[in-house]
Design a protein around this ligand. Sequence first.
Ligand code: 5AD
Length: 500
Amino acid sequence: MGNELVQLTVVNQPGLAGAPHSVSGAEGADLCFSAPHPVNESVLPSVIPAQAGIHPPSTTVPWARRLRTFYIETFGCQMNVHDSEKVQGVLLARGMTPVENHAQADLVLYNTCSIREKAAQKVFSRLGAFRKGSSGAGKVIGVLGCVAQQEGERFFARAPQVNLVCGSASYPKLPQLLDQLEAGKRHVTGLSLDTDECFETELTPRDNPFRAYLTIIEGCDQRCAFCVVPMTRGRQRSRASEKILAEARRLVEDGYTEIQLLGQIVNAWQDPSPARLSFAELLSRVAEVPGIRRVRFTTSHPRFFSADVVQAIDAHSTLCDQIHLPVQSGSTAVLARMLRGYTREEYLEKIRCIRKARRAISLSTDIIVGFCGETRQDFEQTLSLMKEVEYDQVFSFKFSPRPNTLAEANGDAPEEDEKGRRLAELQELQRQIQLRRNQALLGETIEVLVEAYQGRLGQAVGRSTTNRVINFPGSPEDVGRYLAVKVTAAGPNSLVGVRE
Ligand code: 5AD
């Protein structure tokens, strides 16, 4: 969602690292290989190690090297963060151990984001470090995610130090790809988008100790003119309701009280199982799992948004009063060019439906400024929509033309300077709206889940059901607790309070 850039460093997960290695089978049709690594024979074990839980991929394939340690860095959205958690599960199941930094790792993975040009560039600057300092010698380096899918085999020419290129639609094949790397293949790819499989893992360690992500739908079948995701994440595929509910129950057993259901278009979820639950029914069933305190879901597409979701929120106090509903533009003409599938009026109709809920639902959105053909008048339509809706949070971006999208040519988009001015104007308007809305909460008591304690400041950091951050004097023991906090001060981005 939005412009969050997350850098995830895998931390040691005691108890999981020794899990048994799953033995995988034959190569998939989309796996391709080229010349093997130059292998230093002296460092290879002469016999296949017979340690508990470590098995060779095949007795006929000689070991080139065994990958024992790994490090993953993640860029981009929550989907990527959770994908990395699942990849971590695959690696732990092979008996591998996470380490603190790339220098210590046999296997270094970058899970990449290509939603905008700037995000896509990040991985290349990371890979540069390996080229210059040759600190990559002896390591296996893999690129996962959207840039991997987008660049494909070209990656090897552009960054020869890379050994694995794998898009998210091929993650179910990761064990086979890793077997091939261990067998000494130099270049391995998983790039097929032709799948109806979701990435299921036995073990999925979560990095956040309170909020567990849970994927319900992968891929995207929309063709928004600006967006690279359908090309990088493949066709839409939903997980069965029983699997989702079983995972939710397991997460609660493991101690999680907050679950965030994830999907590129989470509300396009369609139950492939005979239960045939609607998305709103699924939300209700997850909200009813005994022990659950908070359920969130992201990202909803306005096109699929229906009133039964609002009814579900009204009926279940555990469903958070927060909806992220990206509008992208307030101009019907721009929305049409973006191929969003709704008009300004239709979007506002959905907002009116949300505003009628019994609980005040907090709204956030994504907006792109400077899309192809966006005139000053179109932009003003966006500003007026923001004034009308009064979002609690807006993630805003300058349009960045992406490869293989309909708007790749960037025809008649405003100049970069003009995009920058519009973005600044929009962000200043939203700052004022947020300040006003947050100040309206002065004196109110809010339930927060305490997510952190900042020892230096003596402050606990909590989050409300509406996704607001609130700082208050607290103690390290508060972390993980639900507390009532009275709002005493409000800024545009966060609140200050005291414990009730
Ligand atoms: N340029 C700028 N922003 C984009 N987004 C998606 N594609 C682009 C692009 N090409 C934004 C949208 C989306 C959010 C995740 O990123 O607002 O909702």
